[in-house]
Design a protein around this ligand. Structure first.
Ligand code: THU
Length: 139
């Protein structure tokens, strides 16, 4: 499978995930998809709250679902998409949440940041350099 097909598939899965977005306050729908080394894919979408500051981002929901499924590493690829023309990049908190799962399996996942008109390839280490993670507690 070519890299572009893998990218397009994962972005398409993330795009479908945003259909379940619960975002009545921002009306900003976001979808995320995580691909693991075993081939499994876990999705997430943003879930807001009447107490606005309690919103859960799509990437954080995906990581929580994956960890609840038992994943403790093997995170190879992430796709995040919004409905703006420009790509959506993970917020700072989500970068940290993604890093926890990545570091557990010692991977540096590719992060596809997508919008309606553009997909940008990044790495988690590029989005969150010199990250604080599980290993930092014992280093
Ligand atoms: N949001 C995400 O789900 N992921 C991001 O990386 C950026 C922001 C959500 C949170 C909130 O529900 C809405 O987008 C507007 O900020």
């Amino acid at each position: 499978m070519s890299d572009n097909m893998e990218r397009d598939e994962l972005v398409a899965v993330a795009r479908r995930a945003l259909e379940n977005s619960y975002s009545p306050y921002s009306s900003f729908r976001v979808g995320a998809a995580l691909r693991f080394a075993d081939g499994s894919i876990v999705t997430g979408t943003n879930i807001e709250n009447a107490s606005y500051g309690l919103a859960l981002c799509a990437e954080t929901v995906a990581v929580a679902k994956a960890m609840d499924d038992g994943h403790r590493g093997g995170l190879e690829e992430v796709a995040v998409i919004g409905e703006t023309a420009a790509p959506v990049t993970p917020c700072g908190r989500c970068r940290q949440v993604l890093n926890e799962l990545a570091e557990l399996g010692d991977t540096d996942p590719v992060v596809w940041c997508a919008g309606e008109e553009e997909v940008v390839e990044t790495k988690l280490s590029e989005l969150l350099p010199r990250a604080f993670g599980p290993g930092s507690l014992t280093a």
